[in-house]
Design a protein around this ligand. Structure first.
Ligand SMILES: NC(=O)c1ccc[n+]([C@@H]2O[C@H](COP(=O)([O-])OP(=O)(O)OC[C@H]3O[C@@H](n4cnc5c(N)ncnc54)[C@H](O)[C@@H]3O)[C@@H](O)[C@H]2O)c1
Length: 267
């Protein structure tokens, strides 16, 4: 049973990053016209250059800025005519919003808390409103959000990130219902919940400068039955499936890709 996405048009936010970049590459390589959006121009240009595909184009875009996204959307529609898929990969934790080993929640910086919740929650909600509106007009589309293990059970030191990702999970369920009830059953909204993959935003807490695993990494691996981090390519199969018509009766789900982390008690 093949998954055929050829001819579809996708928007991937955070496509200059590690996971978004890998997803964008896999879509473009499978014949999807892929609009790669990122706030960091350099990373974005590098990503598009590496891909060297007629199917991939980059746009500098801030997912927290409605005007920025609407302008980009106009250009994508002028170029490719429709938006079938939206992958919301912009996000991630931030150094200031991660408590140190010795801090408690009462040391949390409120401004950093606001920044990390804004990016991870609103940075998913707002693109759904802009690009999802086009899907509502078309009467079809598939949205894939990115939640996290931090939305399943408590992960120490990242209170803001955890709250925001829990918001992403419930917003995914909420929007799935809204789209099917008020627009079309052909607009589906799901989320993937990656376990632990090494990205730019979490490298410092997982890998020491000398390349060895941090104590936190060792705790993660102890709770992961597969005893390893994920390879970024291991998200692509699920994303392709959720984007495809093979998943035509699947909406409102949050699916872990985690080597068993979320299902294991550790005992
Ligand atoms: N790496 C992991 O283990 C892991 C696990 C669970 C969930 N996630 C989630 O997956 C997503 C991607 O993570 P990653 O590890 O690839 O991180 P990353 O830092 O490599 O990529 C995130 C990208 O988002 C971009 N971005 C940040 N703010 C933006 C904005 N306002 N507008 C547009 N783009 C913006 C960044 O420039 C960056 O390129 C995030 O939502 C993250 O929380 C990652």
């Amino acid at each position: 049973m093949n998954i055929d996405l050829k001819g579809k048009t996708a928007v991937v936010t955070g496509g200059g990053g590690v996971l978004g970049g890998s997803i964008a590459r896999s879509l473009a390589e499978n014949g999807v016209k892929t609009a790669i959006l990122d706030i960091r121009r350099e990373q974005l240009e590098q990503r598009v250059l590496e891909l060297a595909s007629d199917n991939a184009k980059g746009w500098v875009c801030n997912v927290l800025d409605q005007e920025s996204m609407e302008k980009v959307q106009e250009e994508i529609l002028a170029q490719w005519g429709r938006i079938d898929l939206l992958i919301n990969a912009a996000g991630g934790n931030m150094p200031g919003a991660t408590l140190t080993e010795t801090q408690t929640v009462f040391d949390m910086d409120w401004a950093d808390f606001n920044r990390v919740t804004d990016l991870n929650l609103n940075g998913t909600v707002y693109p759904c409103l802009v690009f999802g509106k086009t899907m509502a007009k078309q009467g079809s589309g598939s949205i894939v959000n990115i939640s996290s293990m931090a939305a399943f059970s408590a992960i120490t030191r990242v209170p803001g990130y955890s709250v925001a990702k829990s918001g992403v999970s419930i917003f995914t369920q909420w929007l799935a219902a809204e789209m099917a009830l008020k627009f079309s059953e052909k607009i589906r909204v799901n989320a993937i919940a990656p376990g632990f993959f090494i990205g730019d935003q979490n490298r410092a807490v997982l890998i020491n400068p000398d390349g060895s695993y941090t104590e936190r990494s060792k705790k993660v691996l102890a709770r992961t039955p597969m005893k390893r981090f994920g390879d970024i390519s291991e998200l692509n199969g699920l994303v392709h499936f959720l984007c495809s018509d093979r998943a035509s009766f699947i909406t409102g789900t949050v699916i872990p890709v985690d080597g068993g982390f979320s299902s294991f008690s550790g005992v």
